[in-house]
Design a protein around this ligand. Structure first.
Ligand SMILES: Cc1cc2nc3c(=O)[nH]c(=O)nc-3n(C[C@H](O)[C@H](O)[C@H](O)COP(=O)(O)OP(=O)(O)OC[C@H]3O[C@@H](n4cnc5c(N)ncnc54)[C@H](O)[C@@H]3O)c2cc1C
Length: 400
């Protein structure tokens, strides 16, 4: 008997998993609530070149720009991080999702759009899904909740939901007709008054167009973004004649993955499991890695038709083995940055700029696996003293 698996959510995590499972002959159906895969798109689309190719192997037409480095700005200065190599792609996220869905379909996966799944039920070890239109889908041996942030918080799709604190609302504009933009540098701006808990970003699409956004553990995001564009952008007036193309909004998760990501017959994947980098909120690479691991475990479970808690627990053991160390170091940085007031945040960046640490970050830096770089930074006596501030950063989320 061949296994039948339902995936809730047609984002990159769900579609990549569907492709991997269908390639192994497993009957797989993806349920997507929207009418079109990839839309609406809320992502900034910045992904490391090497891991995007390795995990998703997408066609060239999803790449809009290539960047070689980053400028970290703070009130009193800036740090340039660049090896002068191609480091990250700026991608068309909707196109990536569509490409992954079409790859999955080619292998035999069924993609059902306009199907918002509201709950699942279990009867005689088989799952049935209920959609918002009342439609019933019966007889899956296992289900995967890959429904993004909504899937994380859904009490009916996520039976192991615990409280999750580090949720950062974000807003992003796509602007055209901007000037003096360096096409191959991303700019990140840190100011804990304007963007507590996160940062502002400028991601170039070309010399004349950018994605500019803010994330903040706070309200009035639109005002903050306007302020960033008009006032903070160092009086360069780079945006004064710009034309607004699109506005995107979304929730960024910075607390690292949830503790438990499997249950009897089901797993959580991607943003639904908060498999996201706590430093930057980037989740594409991590969810791709976890989709590969999930595929391996579900293929194995299908061979014996054993989707029990015990069988699926290996999914969590494996992804934690690959990611936990890096996630924990990234959490340290996140809580430290959040624990600093703006004056100390500036001093923090000044210390990095004025020591050998910038060179070290350039030498060792990795967009996705950041443990090595963070270790080098925190070994420095200046930063050891800051350790208690990580606790302050953590309490900011819990207390509000
Ligand atoms: C503003 C912003 C900028 C970001 N920038 C970056 C970046 O530059 N680089 C990066 O790596 N990451 C970035 N991320 C994070 C990245 O977008 C996510 O980590 C990634 O999309 C996770 O993929 P996913 O498949 O798990 O979830 P999603 O992409 O959210 O896909 C989940 C899918 O499930 C569907 N769905 C939800 N509920 C249901 C339901 N009940 N029934 C059926 N379908 C459902 C949704 O419509 C969606 O299509 C950003 C996030 C935000 C908010």
């Amino acid at each position: 008997m061949a296994a039948n698996i339902y995936i809730i959510g047609g984002g990159p995590a769900g579609c990549l998993l569907a492709y991997k499972l269908a390639s192994k002959g497993i009957t797989v159906t993806v349920f997507e609530e929207h009418s079109e895969i990839g839309l609406p798109d809320h992502c900034a689309g910045l992904v490391s070149c090497k891991n995007l190719k390795k995990l998703f192997n997408p066609p060239k037409n999803i790449i809009k720009n290539t960047v070689k480095g980053a400028i970290l700005r703070y009130d009193h200065g800036e740090i340039h991080i660049s090896r002068n190599l191609d480091e990250a792609y700026v991608i068309d996220r909707a196109r990536l999702d569509k490409y992954l869905a079409s790859q999955a379909q080619e292998k035999g996966a069924i993609i059902k759009v306009n199907q918002k799944i509201t709950k699942y039920e279990r009867c005689n070890r088989l799952f049935k899904l209920v959609s918002a239109t009342g439609e019933l889908f019966k007889e899956a041996n296992a289900i995967v909740n890959a429904a993004g942030v909504k899937g994380l918080f859904s009490k009916t799709l996520n039976p192991i939901i615990s409280r999750y604190f580090n949720i950062i609302p974000a807003i992003q504009y796509e602007l055209h007709n901007v000037k003096d933009i360096s096409k191959d540098q991303v700019e990140l701006y840190f100011n804990n008054n304007l963007t507590p808990g996160f940062f502002s970003w400028i991601i170039p699409l070309s010399e004349e167009s950018v994605r500019v956004g803010v994330g903040a553990r706070s309200s009035k995001l639109q005002n903050r973004l306007q302020y960033f564009i008009k006032k903070i952008d160092f009086n360069k007036k780079r945006f004064s004649n710009s034309k607004l193309d699109t506005v995107k909004k979304g929730l960024i998760l910075t607390g690292g993955p949830v503790n438990k990501t499997y249950w009897d017959g089901g797993i959580l994947l991607g943003d639904a499991a908060a498999q996201v980098k706590p430093t930057t909120g980037g989740g594409l690479i991590l969810s791709g890695l976890c989709a590969n691991i999930a595929a391996k475990i579900l293929v194995k479970a299908s061979e014996t038709m054993d989707f029990s808690t015990r069988s699926l627990s290996s999914y969590q053991i494996l992804w934690k083995r690959v990611l936990s160390k890096d996630i924990n170091y990234m959490k340290y940085v996140r809580y430290l940055l959040d624990g600093l007031d703006n004056t100390h945040l500036n001093r923090f960046f000044e210390k990095i700029r004025d020591t050998h640490l910038t060179a070290q970050i350039i030498l060792e830096g990795d967009m996705d696996f950041q443990a090595k770089t963070v270790k080098s930074v925190i070994k420095n006596p200046v930063f050891i003293k800051l350790l208690p501030l990580t606790i302050l950063g953590l309490t900011k989320y819990v207390v509000g």
